[in-house]
Design a protein around this ligand. Structure first.
Ligand SMILES: CC(=O)SCCNC(=O)CCNC(=O)[C@H](O)C(C)(C)COP(=O)(O)OP(=O)(O)OC[C@H]1O[C@@H](n2cnc3c(N)ncnc32)[C@H](O)[C@@H]1OP(=O)(O)O
Ligand SMILES: CC(=O)C(=O)O
Length: 547
C-alpha cells in the first residue's frame, strides 16, 4: 500500500517562545533549528521577523536547512495595502521560502479585537495571501480561533478559509487558539471543512494543550483528513503549550493506523535521537527534564513494581508498549520498597553484578532498602545511592576516602559597604590512604553573594581529594531538591542531588536526616563516591557473585 505524506510543522521557535519565561537567544535558536532539521520535520517556523531584535537577527543568520524555513506574521492591517504594510514587509524581508500569516476567522474577534467589518477582514486575508504568492513564497494561512469561530458562525469561518485558499494558500491551518476544543469536536469540524470543498492535503492542525488534549486533538484532525500537523518540542507554547511533537512523532511512526498509513520526513534512525533532542531543549531552557514525559521521560520505561520487574526480566514486551531504544530511551528497573528479588537482580545485573537467586545478600539488600525507605530514603529516583548501598552489602565498594568530621558556620555581618551579608564557611577533614587533609571553603557566587552552607560544604569536600581530585574536577551539581518527609514517626529532610560529569553522565543520590546540612552532605558524598567508582574501579564494577 502506498503511504500518504503527512507533513510535520515545528513552531518551537515561534509559539514555543510565547511560553512564559522562555526567551531564546539567536545562538539557541540556531542550535534548536539544527536539531529539528536533523530530526526530520518538514517546516521550521523561526519566529516573527521584525517583532523583536532576536527574531530579526536569527533570520539574518539562520542555518541552511533541509526543512522549509518559515517566517511568521499577521495579515495586513485594514486601511493600507499589503505592499504598504510595514509589519508584513518585515516578515517578507526575511527572505524565507515559506511564510505563515495568522488571520482572524471568528466574527467576534474581527469586530471586537480588530474593530473592522467582516468583509474588510476577508479582504485582508485574501490580499495578504495573494501578496505572498506574488512574491513566490509558499503561503500558509493560520486560521486563528477557527474552531470557536466555526461554532459561532460556520458560514463566516469557512468563507475566511476559502478566501485564503482562493488567493493561493498552499496550506490552511485550523487553529484551536484557546485550546478548549475536545478531540471529537475537532475531528467532526475538520470533516465538515473537507466537505465544504477544501481537500485534506491542504489542511493543517494547530492545537493548544489547555485541556491536556493537544496531541489527541491533532490525531483526531489527522483521522478526519488533515495532512499537516503543527507542534513544538516538549509541548512548549503559549499558556499550557502546543501539541507536543515529541509525543506525536513516535505515535505517528510506531502506532497503528498511522505507521502503515503515513510517511513523514522522520526516519527510524532520526527517531532514535528523539530523547536526546528533547533533553537538548530542556538543557537550553535550564529545565530538569520531566521524568513522566511520554516516550522520552527517564521514567517512561521505569518498572518499579516487583510483579512488573519479574515479567520484564522474562520478556520486556510484557510491560512495555514499544522498545525504548526506538526513541533513544532506556529501560530502568529501579529499586524501592515496591521491589522484589527480580528488580534487585536486574538492577545488579545492569551494574555488571550477576548475583544468583537465593544469595542471602539479596534478602539483606532488599530488607535494607525497605527499612531505609521507611526512614525517608527514596531509591527509585536515586539509583546511584542504591548502587553504592548494594555494593557495600556485597563487599564490592572500595573505600576511596573517609570523612572524619565536618563543620559549617553561617555568620551574618556587615560588609565594607555597611550592608548586612551572610558568610557560610565549611571545614571538612578526610583521610585518604591514612593521610589526613583539611579543606576550608567559603561560598560565594561571582557577584560575591553567599551561596549558602550546602554549597560551602560541597566546595570544601571537593577541594582537596588528593589523588582523586582530577576525577571529580569535571563533576557539577545540576539539581538539588529538598523535601520534608515522614521518616518513621519524625519529620525528616530528604535531599536528592543530581550530578553531571564531563562525559554527559547524570546520576542522582539521596541523603536523609532531620538536619538539612547532614542530609545534603550524605547525598554529596554518595555523588562523589559514585563518580570515583565509575571512573576508577571499572574492574571491580563487574563481578560475579555466586550463591
Ligand atoms: C495566536 C497567536 O499566537 S498569533 C502570534 C502572536 N504573537 C505575538 O503577538 C508575538 C509578537 N508580537 C509583537 O511583537 C507585537 O504584537 C507586534 C510587533 C506584532 C505588533 O505590535 P504593536 O504594533 O505594538 O501592536 P499590539 O501588539 O499592541 O497589538 C496588535 C495589533 O495588531 C492587530 N492585529 C491582531 N491580529 C491581526 C491580524 N491577524 N491582522 C491584522 N492585524 C491584527 C490588533 O488589532 C492590534 O492593533 P490595534 O492596536 O490597532 O488594535
Ligand atoms: C496561530 C496560533 O498560534 C494560534 O492560533 O494558536
Amino acid at each position: 500500500m502506498t503511504k500518504e505524506r503527512l507533513y510535520l510543522y515545528d513552531t518551537t521557535l515561534r509559539d514555543g517562545q510565547q511560553t512564559q519565561g522562555v526567551q531564546f537567544s539567536t545562538e539557541e535558536k540556531i542550535q534548536i533549528a539544527e536539531a529539528l532539521d536533523a530530526l526530520g520535520v518538514d517546516f521550521i517556523e523561526g519566529g516573527w521577523p521584525g517583532a523583536n531584535p532576536t527574531d530579526s537577527a536569527f533570520f539574518d543568520t539562520r542555518p541552511q536547512t533541509r526543512a522549509t524555513f518559515t517566517a511568521f506574521g499577521m495579515t495586513k492591517r485594514a486601511g493600507m495595502s499589503a505592499e504598504n504594510d510595514d509589519v508584513l514587509a518585515a516578515v517578507l524581508n526575511a527572505g524565507t521560502p515559506a511564510v505563515c500569516l495568522v488571520g482572524k476567522t471568528h466574527d467576534f474577534h474581527v469586530e471586537r479585537a480588530l474593530g473592522i467589518s467582516l468583509d474588510e477582514n476577508l479582504e485582508n486575508i485574501s490580499k495578504s495571501i495573494a501578496h505572498l504568492v506574488g512574491q513566490s513564497r509558499e503561503a500558509l494561512f493560520d486560521a486563528e480561533h477557527f474552531f470557536d469561530g466555526y461554532k459561532a458562525n460556520p458560514a463566516y469561518a469557512l468563507r475566511c478559509l476559502h478566501a485564503a485558499a482562493e488567493a493561493g494558500a498552499r496550506w490552511i491551518v485550523l487553529c484551536d487558539t484557546n485550546g478548549g476544543t475536545l478531540p471529537a469536536e475537532i475531528g467532526r469540524i475538520v470533516g465538515e471543512v473537507i466537505a465544504s470543498g477544501l481537500p485534506g492535503d491542504q489542511l493543517g492542525i494547530h492545537t493548544h494543550n489547555d485541556t491536556q488534549n493537544a496531541v489527541a486533538g491533532s490525531l483526531a484532525a489527522i483521522d478526519a483528513g488533515a495532512r499537516q500537523v503543527q507542534g513544538t518540542l516538549n509541548g512548549l507554547g503559549e499558556r499550557c503549550g502546543n501539541a507536543n511533537l515529541v509525543a506525536l512523532i513516535p505515535t505517528l511512526l510506531l502506532k497503528e493506523p498511522y505507521a502503515s498509513r503515513f510517511e513523514t520526513g522522520v526516519t527510524r534512525e532520526a527517531l532514535a535521537g528523539l530523547t536526546r533532542t528533547s533533553r537538548l531543549l530542556d538543557d537550553i531552557l535550564n529545565r530538569v527534564p520531566s521524568r513522566q514525559s511520554a516516550y522520552v521521560g527517564a521514567g517512561a520505561f521505569a518498572h518499579k513494581a516487583g510483579l512488573h520487574a519479574s515479567a520484564i526480566l522474562k520478556d520486556p514486551s510484557t510491560y512495555e508498549h514499544i522498545d525504548p531504544a526506538a526513541v533513544g530511551n532506556a529501560r530502568i528497573v529501579p529499586m524501592s520498597n515496591q521491589a522484589g528479588q527480580s528488580n534487585l537482580r536486574k538492577r545488579l545485573g545492569d551494574m555488571g553484578l550477576k548475583v544468583e537467586r537465593g544469595n542471602p545478600a539479596l534478602t539483606r539488600i532488599l530488607d535494607l532498602i525497605k527499612a531505609r525507605e521507611t526512614e525517608g530514603y527514596s531509591y527509585d529516583t536515586a539509583q546511584a545511592s542504591f548502587e553504592l548501598l548494594a555494593r557495600r552489602e556485597l563487599g564490592l565498594l572500595p573505600q576511596f576516602f573517609e570523612v572524619k568530621r565536618y563543620r559549617v558556620t553561617i555568620e551574618r555581618r556587615k560588609n565594607k559597604r555597611n550592608e548586612m551579608v551572610s558568610i557560610s564557611e565549611a571545614v571538612v577533614v578526610v583521610t585518604i590512604n591514612g593521610e589526613k587533609t583539611l579543606s576550608v571553603s567559603e561560598s560565594f557566587d561571582e557577584r560575591g553573594s553567599d551561596r549558602g552552607p550546602v554549597n560551602a560544604l560541597a566546595q570544601a569536600l571537593a577541594k582537596d581529594l588528593g589523588p582523586y581530585q582530577s576525577v571529580i574536577d569535571g563533576m557539577r551539581l545540576v539539581d538539588f531538591k529538598v523535601r520534608i518527609t515522614q521518616g518513621g514517626t519524625e519529620a525528616v529532610t530528604r535531599v536528592i542531588i543530581d550530578s553531571e560529569d564531563e562525559h554527559g553522565r547524570r546520576w542522582s543520590t539521596v541523603g536523609v536526616s532531620p538536619n538539612l546540612v547532614d542530609a545534603s552532605f550524605e547525598a554529596l558524598l554518595d555523588a562523589i563516591n559514585w563518580k570515583l567508582l565509575r571512573d576508577l574501579a571499572p574492574a571491580e564494577s563487574a563481578a560475579l557473585i555466586d550463591a
